[in-house]
Design a protein around this ligand. Structure first.
Ligand code: PBG
Length: 334
């Protein structure tokens, strides 16, 4: 695209197009719409349970009945999709709750599908919430702490994804960052009769301090070490493109960049390079910062939230995953 700066016209005046709201709307290049939003939700066993997350005001661990309530509110406001995370009763060294036929996410999906058949259900596919040690993969038995095992983990992830599809999930979203997991999940979905279930891959997921509040919400903080041997180094952009290329080659239908606001360059390059449906995940820490500053009266929560999401759209995001989805949908339609 060649940019005519107007430098050749002595009287070129950009402000001509900013004179009125109608004129500004006419030349607006980027639009936010409720149909682009995805609301992440946390579910755990119980009834009438709304357990607040300290660093995420307005976000709760919900029992299935309350989950349906929260999802209906979002759907009524215009949010088309939710992203589900489960907190199991018990964790173990094989993350068996992640792929149990009657696991918490599987139960929640069935219930949501029954009560809100039009709502799109995306399930996060990972093991960390279900592992005693909180890592996203199996840990080497004789050298715990030293190594997260890649290939043995793939089978468990594939089982988890297929169990979500079987329960009725519309889209599965692997967030573990093991190599080859999209291929393994695609093969298992195809084998078990779910060849029409799309994969939204957390393709470029960085090892980020912005996930702090989430780990309280999902009770998934690693008990030793960190996630740097599987999540990406914040310094690397070319590597992010290679990660995305691999996931697409393995069968991802949609790709994600995560976190969002500090990684807009990655988002832009991913969209430019591949042109795939691209999601930006405005993660827990991004949400907490806005809430905390707004609570002090230091920023305008609504304006800052909308501006941030607009920036993600401008950078190339088609899909916006945000804990503020329900509020945003309301703001956009009032
Ligand atoms: C699970 C997972 C995490 C997030 C989404 N899926 C945490 C992590 O990788 O530690 C983070 C979401 C957020 O911070 O909002 N692997």
């Amino acid at each position: 695209m060649s940019l005519n700066t107007g430098a050749q016209y002595p009287e070129f005046r950009p402000r001509r197009l900013r004179q009125s709201a109608a004129l500004r709307r006419l030349v607006c290049e980027t639009h936010l719409h409720a149909s682009q939003l995805v609301l992440p939700l946390f579910v755990r066993r119980g009834q009438k349970l709304r357990h607040p997350i300290g660093a995420m005001p307005g976000v709760y661990q919900l029992s299935p009945d309350e989950l349906v309530r929260e999802a209906s509110r979002a759907f009524a406001a215009g949010v088309p999709a939710v992203l589900l995370f489960g907190i199991p009763d018990r964790k173990d060294a094989l993350a068996s709750g992640a792929y149990a036929k009657n696991g918490i996410v599987q139960q929640a999906v069935r219930r949501l599908k029954q009560e809100l058949p039009e709502l799109l259900i995306i399930t996060d596919v990972c093991l960390c919430e279900y592992m005693t040690h909180g890592h996203c993969g199996l840990v080497h038995p004789s050298a715990p702490g030293a190594k997260i095992l890649n290939d043995p983990t793939l089978k468990l992830l594939a089982r988890a994804a297929a169990s979500h599809a079987e329960a009725g999930a519309d889209i599965v979203a692997p967030s573990d960052m093991m190599d080859g997991r999209v291929r393994a999940i695609r093969a298992e979905l195809d084998r078990t009769g779910f060849s029409e279930t799309p994969i939204l891959s957390y393709a470029a997921k960085f090892a980020s301090a912005f996930y702090g509040p989430f780990r309280e919400a999902a009770e998934s903080a690693p008990q030793f070490g960190d996630r740097r041997s599987y999540q990406m180094d914040a310094a690397n952009a070319n590597e992010a493109l290679r990660e995305v290329a691999l996931d697409i080659a393995e069968g991802a239908d949609m790709v994600m960049v995560k976190p969002a606001l500090a990684y807009l360059d990655i988002l832009h390059r991913v969209k430019m390079e591949f042109g795939y449906p691209t999601a930006a995940y405005a993660v827990s820490g991004e949400f907490s910062m806005v809430k905390a500053a707004a609570a002090k009266g230091w920023i305008d929560e609504r304006a800052v939230t909308l501006e941030s999401l607009l920036a993600m759209r401008r950078a190339g995001a088609d899909i916006l995953i945000t804990y503020a989805a329900t509020d945003v949908a309301k703001w956009l339609t009032e």
